[in-house]
Design a protein around this ligand. Sequence first.
Ligand code: SAH
Length: 196
Amino acid sequence: TDIGSQKDRVVSEEEWLQKWEMGNIGFHKEQGHPLLQKYLDVLLNGKSGLRIFFPLCGKAVEMKWLADMGHSVVGVEISEQALKDFFAEHSLPCCEEPVPEISGAKRLQSTSGNISLYCCSIYDLSSSIVGKFDAVWDRGALVAVNPCDRQRYVSLMMTLMEKNSSCLLVTVSYDPNKHKGPPFYVPESEIKSLFG
Ligand code: SAH
């Protein structure tokens, strides 16, 4: 299939913030994702107390779910509203602090400490700021990244992953000439070549 029609599409950060403001967030699901439930064992590989990364996290309910299992969750999201809604909707007290390494960025953290969400662009992060992760849940992240930024996104993700870590990634398959995205159509062959 030809992804030509989506190749040059760009969704600006401003447009994402507007989606949150307008409540135009059809991508958010109140129920935990069935594929995370199905493949949880593959992701965790029998280990406990993992550091799990949620790129482009929105207010994904799976963050609460994994934190309740004793893992420590780190997310990144440009919309502060999304992050505030996340803590409010789960009645989790949180505190916020600036991130000295990133100008304008904030970190919102559950008081209990095991959910830490960065309000900034993912491209501002590096392993020296957030450390490395044992597991990644990528749902609505690679497929939301602008097609021109895919390589940059994946290269960054590789630097944030520990040697023996795994990433569960959800992609979508449809005719890219019928819908402009996001979510963008990312064929399996492209995922293979991006991650190697
Ligand atoms: N993963 C979430 C949200 C998917 S929608 C879920 O499963 O529900 C994609 C999200 O990425 C939006 O909330 C948008 O505000 C955020 N986003 C877009 N570009 C970003 C960037 N460069 N850095 C961080 N977050 C970004």
